[in-house]
Design a protein around this ligand. Structure first.
Ligand code: GLN
Length: 315
């Protein structure tokens, strides 16, 4: 059933109310410190952006403040890989929730180098290794070209933050360990190429505004409603969005489903991207994180928006 979009005045009022609630909660969280460069970010930043399928856009607060995609990049690397080569990335990866933290090694070891899903680090590193190109540079060019074309904003809207890249490359030992386990099991061919690509894609910058704009194809069955470009076949888009609902918020996916009810993807940089199918993409950015590594302010704000605009897919 297609549901109508809320009236613009209702969206604006809900956005302002949601921003206020989310902003107040930022004081309860902490910025990610395990990537040293992320520890320098101001925890009081808070922005919200909405893009609707009919081309309207709305924002509040720090919606133009740049931040790195981090785990939100996983949705787009998977989209780029599936768009170019179909579903074969799933030959060595399952589609089930992990119930563990995003960086966990336990199940990867038990399950012989097969990641549980593409939105935990192991699955995302495997996906990065499937981006087209022989080198990390070539793969990142593909990735950024994909972002630029899918959003209609051009690759220049998504630059790699070299300081954040270097900071994670110097300290990302656990991600290297995940890649080594997969190399051992023959799941990925080259550890260095895979992790460098993964760290660079995580260090690719966006804003809440550009992230919401980029995500419109996910809202609209795989076709960007503004440029008309088909990014993904409908069945592939359905799977990529469904995986956001089951695995996009790590081990907080259950409470997020109850409180918000939208397929979402979080990142340690403080983004939470939420998809209201057929209607709108919402991006929240608040670097203060809760215990499970998800933005406290963005999750709360999404709860307010979903309730006021009746967005939950489970209603
Ligand atoms: N680059 C980060 C990491 O691998 C991404 C994690 C995240 O955003 N949850 O640890």
């Amino acid at each position: 059933m297609t549901r109508p979009l809320p009236a613009p005045a209702d969206i604006e009022a809900a956005l302002a109310a949601a921003w206020k609630v989310g902003k107040a909660r930022c004081a309860d969280g902490k910025v990610a410190a395990y990537i040293p460069e992320l520890a320098r970010v101001d925890p009081s930043l808070f922005g919200l952006a909405i893009h609707t399928v009919d081309g309207q856009s709305y924002s509040h607060g720090d919606a133009q403040h740049p931040f790195t995609l981090q785990s939100a990049s996983k949705v787009f690397s998977l989209s780029a890989v599936v768009a170019a080569s179909g579903e074969k990335v799933f030959d060595h990866m399952s589609v089930e929730p992990s119930g563990d933290a995003f960086f966990s090694i336990v199940k990867l070891e038990e399950e012989k180098g097969q990641p549980r899903n593409p939105y935990i680090n192991a699955g995302a590193i495997l996906t990065s290794s499937h981006l087209q190109g022989a080198t990390a540079d070539a793969k990142i060019d593909r990735f950024r070209t994909f972002l630029g074309q899918s959003s209609g904003l051009g690759a220049g809207a998504f630059p790699v933050n070299e300081d954040v890249f270097r900071s994670e490359a110097d300290t990302g030992h656990r991600n290297r360990a995940l890649a080594e386990i997969m190399r051992h099991h023959g799941t990925i061919p080259d550890v260095e190429v895979a992790v460098e690509t993964y760290f660079r894609q995580c260090a690719t910058s966006c804003t809440a505004e550009s992230l919401a704009r980029l995500s419109l194809y996910l809202v609209n069955n795989g076709r960007d409603p503004l440029t008309g470009k088909r990014v993904l076949a409908p069945a592939s888009n359905h799977g990529i969005v469904a995986l956001m609902a089951t695995s996009g918020m790590y081990d907080e996916v259950g409470s997020h489903a109850i409180e918000v009810g939208l397929p979402s993807k979080s990142s340690v940089s403080g983004a939470v991207l939420a998809i209201a199918p057929g209607r709108m993409a919402i991006a929240g950015f608040g670097p203060a994180l809760g215990q499970k590594g998800n933005s406290i302010g963005a999750m709360k704000a999404l709860g307010v928006l979903a309730a006021r605009l009746e967005l939950s897919v489970y209603r």
